[in-house]
Ligand binder design. Structure first.
Ligand code: ADP
Ligand code: NI
Length: 218
């Protein structure tokens, strides 16, 4: 099977898997990350586009939130899928490594992507947690997990480990300080850094409006 057909079939596979999610992790997140990753890769000439596209499409299949906290189950599903299409081991191993490394784990844990392909996917995934779409996702996630929208008495925490980040019940506005506003300084690629700057400013402006409305000042 040629590379284009493998990517097309993987997109359909992922689309079916994520079709019904309502917590911000739906197929269209995978779609946006895929498109963003291609845009970023266009300015990173040495990147292997096949790995970038497959990794972007599959990056959340191992997500701990989707398999009752079992990351291994998702990794296995993705591996078996790629092997069934005859994708070479080197590429499967690389995609698996990206899936295991892509998640945000807490404010005090820096990202640890090793390859340019992984860095591009990381940046695309984090960009999708920022800006207009990122704001929408934070509230969708909060609603799906029964978190409050905003509680002025809850102070943000800087998480030191993945467990405490995962178990956090922070309101969606608090999540901006625990993650979303930290992302612009965590981008690996120049293109993503520039895009993140714009999305960051948009979120800052959004918060200003939000607080003004909260106090009846606007
Ligand atoms: P990543 O894909 O960066 O590893 P997560 O799995 O942590 O991201 O989060 C997926 C989406 O849900 C992101 O848009 C993220 O900002 C949002 N999210 C995660 N935790 C919370 C929370 N406590 N409150 C609101 N949104 C959240
Ligand atoms: Ni993601």
């Amino acid at each position: 099977m040629n590379k284009d057909a493998i990517i097309e079939q993987t997109a359909s596979f992922v689309r079916k898997k994520f079709e019904t999610d309502s917590s911000g992790h739906d197929w269209w997140h995978m779609y946006r990350v895929w498109q963003l990753a291609k845009s970023i890769a266009a300015t990173e000439k040495e990147a292997d586009l096949f790995v970038v596209e497959l990794g972007a499409l599959l990056h959340d299949v191992a997500d701990w939130k989707l398999h009752d906290g079992d990351e291994e189950g998702g990794v296995k599903v993705a591996r078996e899928w790629l092997e069934s299409l005859g994708v070479e081991k080197r590429v499967v191993d690389h995609v698996e490594d990206i899936m295991r490394t892509v998640s945000f784990q807490g404010a005090n844990i820096p990202p640890a992507m090793k390859t340019i392909e992984g860095k591009i996917i990381h940046d695309a995934d984090k960009l999708d947690a920022m800006g207009a779409v990122g704001i929408a996702r934070a509230f969708a996630y909060g609603g799906a997990h029964n978190h409050m929208m905003h509680d002025p008495e809850v102070k943000p925490e800087a998480h030191n480990d993945f467990e405490s980040y995962k178990n956090s019940k922070s309101p969606s506005i608090t999540h901006f300080y625990e993650k979303l506003l930290l992302l612009k300084d965590r981008m690996y690629t120049k293109t993503a850094r520039q895009m993140a700057e714009h999305r960051h400013q948009y979120m800052e402006q959004y918060l200003e409006e939000f607080y003004a409305e909260w106090e009846g000042k606007k």
